[in-house]
Design a protein around this ligand. Structure first.
Ligand SMILES: [Zn+2]
Length: 224
């Protein structure tokens, strides 16, 4: 677990990673010299990957812009750089939008009172869903979960589901056909509730679970 700091400039490697990341997004200059500097810094830390070696061996002036972008991307991967939500705010937005269909299928989360929060103290950076009653379980949603809407819906559904199961100590939601606990996952480019019965089948798209699936065994004291 790394120290919590809001100031990446404290760490020269982090600062170079942030500069290259911003350059790749077109939010600042993408300098081959920064790639060379990062390569040297990573080498000093014991990294020996192909991108690190290339960045160290090539003269920045000899690296054309298109290759500099490719080299920067590979360097960031070798460095294990994980941008926080401050650097990729659209991913946080994608995760926030994913919450709505998930809450439709998991009414136990408390509806609109549940909210997605950034867990600032975490490394790598992550988000979490606080249920309407204030419950927040131990897991987190990594920044990459917000990379696209389908991944986001599946990830947020699994996260909220885990939170509810931890709180309520029972499996939900259930397959309307088989009565088994469902798994949130990505299947055929859609976020679905997956049932493992009968060789596996999608019970419903996440956000469109039939009410029988949501409500069975979900209302103590009422008709099951
Ligand atoms: Zn089923």
């Amino acid at each position: 677990m790394g120290d919590v700091t809001d100031d990446p400039v404290d760490d020269p490697v982090e600062a170079l990673c942030v500069r290259l990341h911003r350059g790749l997004r077109g939010e600042g200059p993408l300098a081959a010299a920064d790639a060379a500097a990062l390569g040297c810094a990573l080498l000093a830390l014991g990294h020996r990957g192909p991108a690190v070696r290339e960045a160290v061996e090539r003269r920045p002036a000899d690296v054309p812009p298109a290759e500099a972008a490719d080299l920067a991307a590979r360097l960031l991967a070798e460095a294990g750089f994980e941008p926080g939500f401050d650097l990729v705010p659209e991913r946080l937005e994608t995760l926030r939008r994913a919450l709505e269909p998930v809450l439709r299928d998991l009414p136990g989360a408390g509806g609109p009172g549940a909210r997605l929060v950034v867990q600032d103290a975490w490394y790598p950076p992550s988000a979490g869903v606080v249920l309407a009653d204030g419950w927040l379980h131990g897991g987190g949603l990594p920044v990459c979960a917000g990379g696209d809407p389908v991944t986001a819906v599946a990830a947020v559904a699994a996260h909220v589901q885990e939170s509810l199961m931890e709180r309520d100590r029972r499996a939900l939601p259930l397959c309307p056909d088989h009565g088994l606990g469902l798994h949130a996952l990505r299947h055929s480019d859609a976020a679905v509730w997956w049932c493992t019965a009968d060789g596996g089948h999608p019970a419903a798209a996440i956000g469109r679970l039939p009410r029988t699936g949501r409500n069975r065994d979900d209302r103590p004291g009422r008709r099951a």
